[in-house]
Design a protein around this ligand. Structure first.
Ligand SMILES: *Cc1c(COP(=O)(O)O)cnc(C)c1O
Ligand SMILES: [Zn+2]
Length: 374
């Protein structure tokens, strides 16, 4: 299997062994297309983890066996008995309690395969935790940069995995800049969930699972949080591969959720623009999606439009109340995930075609566990 990176701007290709994190032109790197397949009868016989889709993952070895913690194949359950069409994808049921394990497991397995011994990453919390956990399992030294304002429980979780934690004052963007400076200065592997395209090869499995759990069908829509777009883009690539292989006949509409206080993608989408402009984060409890200027903004906007989807901003004053509502249904999630559900409720209230809506199958992503937050 020949895996290569391709620049989203100029088309230049690179061998992943170069350890570059972006093109010499400054463009973002993607994984070049490779042949994938979904031998469903074989898949069904395999363990209930994301690795059951091995023919659609960029590995020619089983190196992942050294670090897998059984991540993926998370349950999909009805919201409640009154709403059998509304399904919750329980992606907080992961080894480090967020969906980021999908991406981190693939990214760190790739780093291991490439012989990497030290990685640096920056994160608003959950990605850092996940990278730290898989790096420690793989015997890779790990430095994680986080905003000093990150939830104390997430900081504790990162440290527990033996990573060196760097708490950076200022914004999420200041944190990324500090990490990149170290990456460049010390020539360390940048295990960024934003820039490293292998991360998205892991989050692809989200789409594969939804498809398999619906017995080869797809929902009408999926509700998905978007900050840097690592789950959104991965899910999009996953559904596209299923479509290209003839396993499905359409891609679900993507209903992307941003936080009211930090919504650069929603603003660009509403204005009909192909690219976002940086915004000032005016404050939100949904720290996991508070990204003032997501690097992959063009790709995210293009993906949402391609699915005939939309972007909704979650009302800040509803987040805590909705978090309680979910907890009353037995679901204890972090505020970012409550925001996803609050965004979905707002989307519902704006729809006028209630009869059609009643029959639609919708999958909502529950991405982060409640005990991660205060
Ligand atoms: C990371 C994260 C998000 C947002 O994912 P992006 O890749 O930034 O779009 C949403 N919810 C939770 C719980 C997260 O950890
Ligand atoms: Zn380029």
């Amino acid at each position: 299997m020949d895996i290569y990176f391709v620049c989203a701007d100029c088309g230049e290709t690179y061998d992943p062994r170069t350890l570059l994190w972006r093109c010499s032109c400054g463009g973002l790197l993607n994984v070049g297309e490779y042949t994938v397949s979904f031998p469903i009868h074989e898949i069904k016989k395999r363990a209930a983890t994301m690795w059951r889709y091995t023919e659609a993952l960029p590995f020619s070895s089983s190196i992942y066996e050294q670090l897998t913690m059984g991540e993926g194949y998370t349950p999909m359950i009805p919201l409640d008995s009154d709403s059998p069409h509304i399904l919750l994808k329980m992606d907080y049921m992961m080894p480090t309690l967020s969906f980021k394990d999908r991406g981190a497991a693939v990214l760190i397995a790739k780093a291991k395969e490439l012989g990497v011994t030290h990685v640096i990453a920056d994160s608003s919390g959950n990605a850092g935790t996940s990278i730290a956990a898989y790096a420690s399992r793989a015997g890779i030294t790990c430095d994680i940069y986080v905003p000093a304002s990150t939830s104390p429980k997430k900081l504790k979780q990162i440290k527990a995995h033996g990573a060196t934690l760097h708490e950076i004052p200022g914004s999420r963007e200041d944190t990324a800049a500090a990490a990149i400076e170290e990456v460049e200065k010390r020539q360390v592997f940048y295990a960024s969930h934003v820039y490293n395209p292998f991360f998205y090869q892991g989050t692809k499995t989200y789409a594969f699972e939804v498809w398999e759990q619906l017995n080869g069908d797809v929902p009408d829509a999926i509700v998905i949080p978007v900050g840097n777009g690592t789950l959104l883009l991965g899910a999009y690539y996953g559904f596209r591969e299923l479509l290209q292989c003839g396993m499905i006949s359409k891609i679900p509409r993507f209903i992307a959720i941003q936080a009211e206080g930090c919504a650069p993608l929603a603003q660009a989408f509403d204005a009909g623009k192909k690219q976002a402009e940086p915004v000032i984060n005016s404050g939100t409890s949904a720290e996991g999606i508070a990204i003032a200027f997501p690097a992959r903004h063009r790709q995210i906007l293009e993906a949402i439009r391609d699915t005939d989807g939309t972007i909704i901003t979650a009302p800040e004053q509803k987040i805590e109340q909705v978090r309680e509502e979910l907890a009353n249904k037995g679901l204890y999630v972090e505020p970012t995930t409550a925001a996803t559900y609050a965004g979905y409720l707002k989307y519902l209230s704006h729809r006028t075609d209630s009869v059609q809506m009643m029959n639609e199958k919708i999958v909502i992503s529950l991405c982060g566990a409640g005990i991660k937050a205060n």
